[in-house]
Ligand binder design. Structure first.
Ligand SMILES: NC(=O)c1ccc[n+]([C@@H]2O[C@H](COP(=O)([O-])OP(=O)(O)OC[C@H]3O[C@@H](n4cnc5c(N)ncnc54)[C@H](O)[C@@H]3O)[C@@H](O)[C@H]2O)c1
Length: 304
């Protein structure tokens, strides 16, 4: 009888709830938003599809204290500034989490947070700090979404299934993230060999850029992004719910990995019932390692 809480019933929160109900696994989904009218509308609309979900799911328009009774909470409340600048977004969103995370904790929350609110690495750090939970129980969605994007874009480039591409984005969920080409395989062979054997030219920098700016493209095109992130969040929720021990590129508090300390940044992590159960430090090239530490410093710069 697992229960899910969602803080923020905007574009992301609504579709996280919908895709969750389609997957099942949570008997209760409690949504909370400061906009009561929107919250009521979202919950009513989700309820209207009740007969089409594979399992009964009870939707609740709740207070922040109601959300705290959940086993897992997705943090996706936010104010996105019109200029789309992450630094400005941080200021407003940090002020909000400073208000509601202590309330969630005071109401007895003992579960696991998945932090989506941007800039999600810095906000995950603040949620961890404000909650006093073990850092393993605060997961930033990080570059899990960007990693999916990299697989999709590389697969399209090579006309193979995304499942045949092993690829990821590391670092900040933001402009300083990077694609570690040393880790990429296509059809289970290293990228370099694949390109040679298929005589394919690849503009690595251009392709990486198209992944990094994919979110901007969607956001400035339609004013929101939600399908990719909602399904990514649900993959993280599944990994915890079913104790999958699954590798996902999520944002985790570093304690010396890659020489990085005291900052949330994305690298592959093993996700299971206890949250972030292992942080994997990859064998990166020197150049990639430098990009990683630079990206971590970029995240740190939000926090000061
Ligand atoms: N990490 C990722 O990969 C990723 C992807 C997409 C969006 N996001 C982020 O997720 C957040 C939400 O995006 P969105 O498109 O749903 O935005 P949105 O504007 O559609 O919805 C945000 C919702 O949060 C609510 N809200 C604001 N302050 C609140 C508070 N203090 N308590 C409760 N509710 C509050 C608003 O009323 C609104 O309904 C943003 O920070 C966005 O940048 C992250």
């Amino acid at each position: 009888m697992a229960k899910l809480g969602i803080i923020g019933a905007g574009h992301v929160g609504e579709i996280v709830a919908y895709t969750r109900a389609l997957r099942g696994g949570f008997t209760h989904i409690t949504l909370h938003d400061i906009d009561d009218k929107r919250l009521d509308g979202v919950v009513s609309d989700l309820e209207d599809a009740q007969g089409f979900y594979p399992h009964n799911t009870r939707f609740i328009a709740g207070t922040i204290e109601d959300v705290a009774t959940s086993d897992m909470i997705v943090v996706c409340a936010g104010r996105i500034p019109e200029d789309g600048q992450r630094r400005n977004e941080y200021t407003g969103n940090y002020a909000d989490v400073k208000d509601y995370i202590p309330k969630v904790m005071a109401a007895g929350f003992k579960g696991i947070f998945v932090v989506v609110t941007n800039p999600c690495d810095a906000i995950a750090y603040r949620v961890w700090e404000l909650s006093s939970l073990d850092s393993t129980r605060v997961i930033g969605s990080g570059t899990a979404l960007d990693s999916e994007r990299s697989r999709t874009i590389l697969a399209r480039e090579f006309n193979v299934s995304p499942n045949n591409v092993h690829s990821m984005m590391l670092g900040e969920h933001g402009d300083s993230q990077f694609l570690p080409y040393s880790q990429v395989t296509v059809n289970d062979i290293p990228l370099k060999r694949y390109l040679e054997e298929h005589d394919i030219p690849l503009d690595r920098a251009e392709l990486e850029k198209s992944v990094v700016y994919r979110g901007h493209r969607a956001f400035f095109g339609k004013g929101s992004t939600q399908y990719g992130i909602a399904n990514t969040v649900n993959t993280i929720l599944d990994a915890v719910l079913y104790d999958e021990k699954k590798i996902l590129q999520v944002s985790a508090l570093h304690n010396g990995e890659y020489g990085v300390e005291d900052v949330y940044v994305s690298t592959p992590c093993v996700i299971g019932k206890n949250g972030i159960e292992e942080i994997v430090e990859l064998d990166l090239t020197d150049e990639e390692r430098k990009k990683y530490t630079d990206s971590a410093e970029m995240i740190r710069s939000y926090l000061v």
